[in-house]
Design a protein. Structure first.
Lengths: 251, 353
């Protein structure tokens, strides 16, 4: 009988530790499918963040490096400069990439460092138990914004794609979501594109994946996906924000 | 003998690193070590290497972590405030058992401090610096020649023991010019099967990591690392003994303080005072044995430091309180004169120790 669905080869057999309903599992799978599709597992090196995905180094079958909080783009820069023929990706959350690691993110982007960045935005710090993230929505209740995020004292959520796409450096900046089948299928295409860009030597490609955190949002998985649709996506519109090659810009 | 060239200390570090096979340098501008970066910026593109001016010292050390994970020789350099910023990354490099070279051309502190030479990062360099239980191999040059020689040695030791090494210099060493015989071309001779280079689908994936959520497992890595450290303490402590054979007093000093102390020792000898110098070349591992042996022989020690007295604690631990140890110091970027050191020794002679 023909096999029509199987686990991507670029994922190990280790059982994921993520909470029920968490979308990290889907995103891991999409990254692994892209690596499989391009046949690059043997030369890929991933960089895991600090946060919920810290143990990603156990889940991806390629060589992996665990970075300090926010430093993944700097570590990836070192890896890429040392091994330019290898494919280097980082997998980071919103606290990691958009708060403590913002400098590393912006500068890797402006250098057009030829790496792929997978940015999982679920608007909360998951691993530490649900604190306000740089991407938490105005009014969002978290452990450290118990009365809702007050933009007067806590500032506004950062739209990473919009901000990075103002830079001349980066090759490709896009935002996707994984809250329904249609969006997952699109996310798969965009993530693969972000790896294809690196294989073609085009440069810095970042995909923001709008994601859910049922546990720390205090919602059922289903309700959380609804919240992504109704609250997150309106604030974080999906789409390709920058695609240098498509717009005819030449390095 | 090979030809000597006149070089600045900072440039000697850079050229020696290139000759030792280092092709990746990441830095951030800070006085008084910027010549290292400037030299690398000129040379690296010509030899297919990487010079990258990072967005911060934090990023620079994490780029070092990335290259070190691939098994290649890599370095960064900075000065005191910048090295404080690097401590997070240094802790991760030590925790992941990676070889790398960190150069600290020290300036006065704390805080923004000043830009004149200092040795006040001794504690930070020798006792860990960042969080967690770890050490660096710390080498302390006292000449432009040693800036070059110890850079090459630091790469070898880092590779051999799979741990970060630090060249702890100071503003004087970095800025002064002396004739130097550059070390020959060399490179890493150690196999690195742990490196991340891509599995090539030929082996299980390698993981560069310092996270161990199981405390028993984490404890095990700490115990294993410290067993290695014990071996290093037994085998890699280095020092120079100067006029120690019949010495009754022992000056202990490294780097620029040792240079000044040598003049003081020679002048005191002319006055008939039997004084010698122990110059630690490694301050971790500290040359405990040499100090312990000297304690059998001398009446007292003088620790000469460009700090408020940091190495003096290691001297006391090594001589186990058998002899008085006094401090002769300047701080904040000031350098002791030979006369100040001579006075300190003479005070001991007078029995005021």
């Amino acid at each position: 009988m023909a096999v029509v669905f199987e686990k991507p080869k670029s994922l190990t057999d280790v059982q994921l530790h993520y909470c029920p309903g968490c979308t990290h599992g889907i995103i891991h799978r999409l990254v692994a499918e892209a690596i499989d599709a391009l046949g690059i597992e043997g030369r890929t090196i991933g960089v895991a963040p600090v946060g919920c995905a810290v143990l990603a180094y156990n889940y991806f079958a390629c060589d992996m490096v665990e970075a300090a909080h926010g430093r993944a783009p700097a570590v990836a820069t070192g890896l890429k400069r040392s091994l330019p023929e290898n494919i280097i990706f980082t997998y980071q959350g919103d606290g990691d990439l958009a708060s403590i690691g913002m400098a590393e993110t912006v500068h890797a982007a402006t250098r057009n460092e030829n790496i792929t960045v997978i940015f999982v935005n679920n608007a909360i710090y998951g691993m530490t138990g649900g604190q306000m993230a740089p991407t938490s929505l105005p009014g969002q209740v978290t452990q450290t914004s118990p009365y809702g995020r007050d933009v007067k004292t806590a500032g506004y959520p950062i739209r990473v794609c919009e901000m990075l796409s103002t830079l001349e450096g980066p090759e490709y900046i896009a935002r996707v979501a994984v809250n329904n089948v249609k969006n997952v299928r699109n996310a798969k295409k965009i993530i693969q594109k972000a790896f294809e860009n690196q294989v073609a030597g085009k440069g810095f490609s970042l995909v923001e994946v709008v994601s859910s955190c049922p546990t720390n949002w205090g919602m059922t998985p289903d309700k959380a996906l609804q919240w992504v649709e109704e609250k997150m996506i309106p604030y974080y519109p999906l789409g390709v924000y920058k695609d240098k090659s498509a717009s005819g810009e030449v390095e | 003998m090979a030809e000597k060239v006149l070089m600045k200390g900072n440039e000697a570090i850079a050229e020696a690193a290139i000759r030792a096979g280092c092709r990746h340098y990441f830095g951030y501008p800070i006085t008084p070590q910027t010549e290292v970066a400037a030299y690398m910026a000129k040379r690296m593109p010509k030899i297919g290497g990487t010079f990258l001016q990072a967005e911060s010292e934090i990023s620079a050390i994490n780029m070092v972590y990335g290259v070190a994970g691939t098994g290649k020789r890599v370095m960064t350099s900075s000065s005191s405030p910048g090295v404080s910023l690097k401590q997070e990354g240094i802790s991760y490099i030590a925790g992941a058992d990676l070889p790398a070279l960190i150069v600290n051309v020290q300036r006065g502190g704390p805080g923004l401090g000043g830009i004149q030479p200092s040795q006040s990062d001794y504690f930070q360099a020798t006792k860990g610096g960042g969080h967690g239980d770890y050490h660096l191999i710390v080498l302390t040059p006292d000449s432009v020649q040693e800036m070059a020689d110890l850079t090459a040695l630091a790469f070898d030791l880092a590779d051999k023991y799979r741990m970060p090494a630090m060249l702890l210099a100071d503003g004087t060493m970095g800025q002064m010019m002396e004739p130097v015989e550059l070390p020959p071309e060399s490179g890493c001779t150690v196999e690195k099967p742990w490196a991340v280079t891509g599995t090539n689908m030929a082996r299980k994936h390698n993981i560069i990591n310092s996270l161990y959520l199981d405390p028993e497992e984490l404890e095990k890595t700490n115990f294993e690392r410290f067993e290695r450290y014990r071996y290093i303490e037994e085998h890699e402590a280095r020092c120079e003994r100067y006029m120690m054979d019949d010495a009754e007093y022992c000056v202990v000093a490294f780097g620029i303080a040792a240079r000044v102390s040598k003049n003081a020792v020679s002048a005191l000898r002319k006055q008939g005072i039997k004084v010698g110098l122990i110059r630690p070349i490694t301050i971790w591992p500290f040359p405990k044995q040499a100090i312990a042996e000297a304690a059998e022989q001398v009446r007292a020690f003088v620790s000469v430091e460009l700090s408020m007295g940091q190495m003096i604690e290691d001297i006391r631990l090594a001589e186990q309180c058998r002899r008085p140890v006094t401090l002769c110091n300047r701080a904040g970027g000031m350098i002791p004169t030979p006369e100040q050191i001579m006075e300190a020794v003479k005070r001991l002679e007078g029995g005021n120790a």
